[in-house]
Structures are given as C-alpha cells and as structure tokens.
Design a protein around this ligand. Sequence first.
Ligand code: PLP
Length: 424
Amino acid sequence: MDKLAVRGGEKIRQKPWNFNAVIGDKEEQSVREVLESGILSGFIAKAGDNFLGGKFLKKFESQVRDYFKIENVVAVNSATAGLHMALGACGIGPGDEVIVTPYTMSATATAIIMQNAIPVFADIEDNFFCLDPKSIEEKITARTKAIMVVHLFGHPARMNEIMAIAKKNNLFVIEDCAQAPGALYNGSYAGTIGDIGIFSLNQHKTITCGEGGFAITRKGDLAKRMQLIRNHGEVVAKDLGLDDFTNIIGYNYRMTELEAAVSLVQFQQLERLNQYRIELADYLSEKLSRFDELMVPRQASDSKHVYFVYTLRVKGDAGIKRDPLVKALQAEGIPFGAGYVKPIYLEPMYQKKTAYGNKGCPFTCSFYQGAPSYDKGICPVAERMHEKELMLSGVCRYPHSREDMDDVVRAFKKILTSNDDLIF
Ligand SMILES: *Cc1c(COP(=O)(O)O)cnc(C)c1O
C-alpha cells in the first residue's frame, strides 16, 4: 500500500484547487458601463427617485423579482446588513427573543444582538443540519417574536413544520438563504416561504459581487420598512408617509452601482453554477457511498439541494477518527475541513454576555427578564456534528471536473484502506 502523505508519502494531488469567483467578459462590460457613466452609487437619502438607488441596482432588483416571482426585492451591501434590516422591519427590539440555529455563520445570530434582541439557540437535526422543529417548540417563550431559519450548506430546512409552529405562536420567520440561492422546498424557492428571505453575494458564495446581498419578501409593508432601514430612513420616513417609526433607524446598507452591475450578470449564472455543483456532488456521492465509514449528503424527497458545501458524516460506529482523517486528506492535497463552525453560543460574546458597553446589554437589561442558557450541552446534535461527525469541502463547484472528484475518491480510498492506526 502507498505510504500516506501524512506519514511522509507522496501526495495524491499536487494541482491546486480553484475557489475564485467565476467572472467573465459580461461582468467586465457591465462594470465598464458604470464607470463610464460616472455614477458609482445612485442613492440619495431623500424622498424621490434616488431614495431607491441607481439604474443598475434597480435592474438587478427587477431581475431577482422575476427569478423568484416575488413582489419585493431590496438589495444591500451584505447579507449581514440584510439580516439586521429584516429583523428591524419585523419590529424586533429590546426584550424580544429570536430562535436561531447555533450551527451557522456568526452573523445570523449577531444580527439579532444588533437589534438589541436575544438569540435563543435551538438544536439542529442530523440529516440536513438545519433547525429541528421539535427543538424550536421547546425554546418558545412569551418573549419569542421570530424564528431565524438557515438553509445550511444549500439544503432547505423543514419549512412546513417551522411555518406551522410560527403560525401557531404568531412569530415572524426570516430565512437566511446565504448558502441556498435556488434551493427548492416543495416546489418553492428557499426564501419565498417565510416573511423575508436574505441572500449573500460575498466573495465565497455561489454568485458574488465581492460584498453584497439582498432581501426578498411578498409583503409590501416589510419591503418599505427595509428600504428605509437601508437608506437613513429616520430623515425620510415622514416624507414617505410612514406613521410607525419603530426601528426606522436608517443605516447605510446601500449597494453601489458597481456591485449591482456585477450582481446582475452573476445572477444570470446562478442556475448554471448550481447545476454544476449538483452534478459534481452527485458524482462524488455515488463514488464515496461505497465506503462504509462515510455518510454522503442526503436530499429530502421534497427538496432540491444546491450543494453550497459538500458534507460527509463519519459514522459513529465505524471506528474511524474524523480529525486525523481530515488531516490525512489535507496532506494528500484534498481540501476538507473538520466540523463547520463552533456552535455559536460557545463564542466569547455569549459566554461572557458582553455586547453593548460593559453592563451586559442586551443580555441583562431592564427590558429583558429572560435568561437563556448558552452553556455547553444545550444543542447536543450541533455539538456532536462539530466535534465528531461532520466534515466538509467546497470542491464541488466550477471549474472543477469529474477528474478532480476522482482525486478526492482516490485519497479516501488510499486512507481508508491503509489500516493506519492514526485513523483507526
Ligand atoms: C455568508 C453568510 C452570511 C453573511 O453574509 P455576508 O454577505 O458576508 O454578510 C450569513 N449567513 C450565512 C448562513 C452565510 O453563509
């Protein structure tokens, strides 16, 4: 048997992987048009046409509206801004609790803190790594105002059950779709099922403009409030006929014309880039499912997975150790990571309950009577995935090919047939 690279043997793969944005002539042309126009951002914080941004931004929003067949789109300069804006539009504020998964990019939960509200973490289920409806129900209190759902890794959460819980308890549902643009649940796009869907266009996402994002919603009143929060709303709201000023603290979450120009061309590539990911992921899963030690990603029968991330689970009873396996893969030139993120409540901001100032706000404040636990152990499934079972990779994407996937398979084969006591 070949010596493992981690033991000093030859690597399976020398060739680098390519994780760059997929940018072509059309993006270049589109950006050139903006530069030649001399208007790099079309926004003015004043009632009137420019309150809603420039020509390219409006064109981008209209394209997104057509794709999702949804009434309202609000483009912003990041998904983090979008999540914050969405919570503000829903009226979330001091004393409120928002139920959220701990297994997500930090901003999903931080946006709740930014609105002076309290993240309450519910556990995930271990098939698709999204919020477990049963755990959500257990976390609801009289203070709960919203559920923040994340369609993690490109697979939709169990929206039917989540929407039923929300309806029963009169809660808003915000969908964080940063990793799932184009994913389907029961024939509906992720992001069109709850009250508001938020998408990211940052460098690492399926389509990108560097930094950017957008919100979609069927509800005109929420869209209007988001537009105010995006663009210094407190000085514009009255002129626009708004009576309820709750949370109309306007930020500058405006997307530039340059970002919009790139986004609108990128958006036209979304289906093709998703299809590319799906084909590579299916190919890899077919090959890797032959290894008894691994569980390849699943897709619910009512869902379309868009494989923003390719996940594998190490079977608990297979007798292999995940972390050394990941190290061995990396040594072979195959980029896998162990776990995803540390469950968010274990981060120091939650452990020390320090956010605004040094008096414990918003966790301990006169408007808030609750005391949710951020102790280790509160979300055992998320912790088990992070510590022991989950491993993931971003290799299933353009411009990688089936030959590149074969390198991944060869590395797994080399390692899993080695009987090396590092791993077994
Ligand atoms: C990337 C990401 C975000 C944040 O996106 P930005 O555009 O970088 O602010 C939020 N949530 C999830 C799940 C993400 O993957």
